[in-house]
Ligand binder design. Structure first.
Ligand SMILES: Cc1cc2nc3c(=O)[nH]c(=O)nc-3n(C[C@H](O)[C@H](O)[C@H](O)COP(=O)(O)OP(=O)(O)OC[C@H]3O[C@@H](n4cnc5c(N)ncnc54)[C@H](O)[C@@H]3O)c2cc1C
Length: 408
């Protein structure tokens, strides 16, 4: 395995549970990529049944991890989607219909019910809302720690400060990796390097159409006159492009902005440390975030005591990850491109990857996340085109109205 974020660690745990001999090579520290920056929302509702079912299973896997480790990881708060115009209201209603069709717990609720749940939120403009009682959040570091602990318990080894330079390929078959002067040999290699996944693929004579995109959220400090309960529901307001959840008496509010920055991971260099990324309130993305947050949560403005977190996500041209093999190199699997939802996807993704690797097939419907679905697209051989398409997808992630697969 290459990379010890949630994707690599979850896969390592599932492989070790299946009796595989697993070694995870991590360039820096465990969770030092996107995982260490994530806000930790666990929303299960997606626009397709397959994706929603996968995330419903994921919550059950997290519950299993809690039992196995004896620690509480998941905070079940429920979540709300709110709409302030008719096109967003249609989106909410479509999602409710899709959710109900697969027995996902979800209900349309009215404005008064929303106001009761979240007295500090502006609700007088809402035209539709739905409530998902089984959603919640967690601390990504705690989820990662559980994966690593259970993987180690089952025999997996994690090596930090071990950057992989390239996957060694012989006659179309992966046979190991090179890290500096050392070589590790293995019949199966997994590229779970998050925002670095396209670069690692390129250095290993293949290509993966992912790109690294910046993301921001704020965390307000507790305020005497705003009572944010630990179990207040999370919010998604796609019209304003924001999401929110309670955090330590304050509120996290993040934004999928229209024009997020693109990063070149190679240019950031080998010493790049995502945990050191900083940004101030004067940054245009942060100013836009604070403005949007204040429109839904009127107690937030430029003077509110808050911390700003920024990090880098991995986007793909269609907003879905790449999981599995490409036709060009046997034995090399990819598990990357989670587009802002890698924490919530990781429990089921680890299981899917382990099934693919050990059984050659998975019990999940993975048509929309198969690694080879864009392999034949000639335009994606051009890195500049990939970066542009990924940036467009990121800019529209909340901006576009999501259509659901409601038809039976
Ligand atoms: C600000 C922010 C907020 C987010 N909020 C949420 C959220 O609320 N909910 C949610 O589900 N998701 C969220 N995400 C997305 C989530 O963090 C990611 O989707 C997820 O962490 C991806 O995990 P990963 O394992 O694929 O990648 P990463 O966590 O980036 O892990 C990849 C690892 O590979 C290592 N690596 C890279 N190159 C090499 C190499 N050559 N050799 C060895 N190791 C290497 C890196 O150091 C890194 O540790 C957020 C992301 C950001 C940035």
């Amino acid at each position: 395995m290459i990379g010890a974020g949630v994707a690599g660690a979850s896969t390592a745990m599932q492989l070790a549970w299946r009796g595989c001999s697993v070694i995870v090579l991590e360039r820096d520290m465990l969770g030092s990529g996107s995982t260490g920056r994530a806000a930790g929302l666990l929303g299960q509702l997606r626009s397709t049944r397959a994706a929603t079912k996968m995330l419903m299973d994921g919550v059950q896997i997290v519950r299993e991890l809690e039992q196995r480790t004896g620690t509480e990881i998941f905070v079940q708060t429920g979540s709300l989607r709110v709409a302030a115009d008719e096109s967003r209201a249609v989106e909410v209603r479509d999602h409710v219909a899709m959710g109900k069709s697969i027995d996902f717990p979800i209900e349309l609720i009215d404005r008064e019910q929303v106001a009761q749940m979240l007295p500090y939120m502006k609700t007088d403009d809402l035209v539709a809302a739905c409530y998902c009682p089984t959603d919640g959040h967690l601390q990504p570091g705690e989820l990662l720690a559980a994966y690593v602990h259970l993987a180690r318990q089952a025999g997996a080894e994690f090596c930090t400060q071990s950057p992989v330079d390239e996957v060694l390929v012989d006659a179309g078959r992966a046979k190991g990796v090179r890290t500096g002067d050392a070589e590790y040999h293995a019949p199966v290699i997994v590229n779970s390097t998050g925002p670095w996944s396209a670069d690692l693929a390129q250095r290993s004579t293949t290509r993966l159409p992912t790109a690294a995109i910046g993301h921001y959220y704020l965390t307000t400090l507790p305020l005497p006159d705003v009572n944010v309960d630990r179990h207040s529901p999370a919010i998604r307001d796609r019209g304003l492009r924001i999401y929110s959840r309670p955090e330590a008496g304050g509120l996290i509010v993040g934004m999928y902005g229209a024009d997020p920055p693109l990063y070149d991971m190679q240019a950031l260099g080998v010493d790049f440390d995502m945990s050191q990324m900083q940004v101030g309130r004067a940054d245009v993305n942060v100013a836009t975030l604070i403005d949007a947050a204040g429109r839904r949560f009127p107690f937030i403005d430029g003077r509110t005591p808050m911390n700003i977190t920024t990090g880098i996500m991995t986007f793909t041209p269609d907003g879905k990850p790449f999981c599995g093999r490409l036709p060009d190199i046997d034995g090399l699997y990819h598990c990357a491109g989670f587009c802002g939802h890698g924490i919530v996807q990781s429990p089921a993704i680890g299981k899917i990857m382990a099934e693919l690797i050990v059984d050659g097939a998975t019990t999940y419907d993975i048509a929309e996340i198969e690694a080879d679905r864009m392999y034949e697209m000639a335009e994606l051989t051009d890195r500049a085109a990939v970066r542009r398409l990924c940036a467009e997808m990121a800019g529209n992630y909340y901006g576009a109205i999501a259509s659901t697969d409601t038809a039976e």
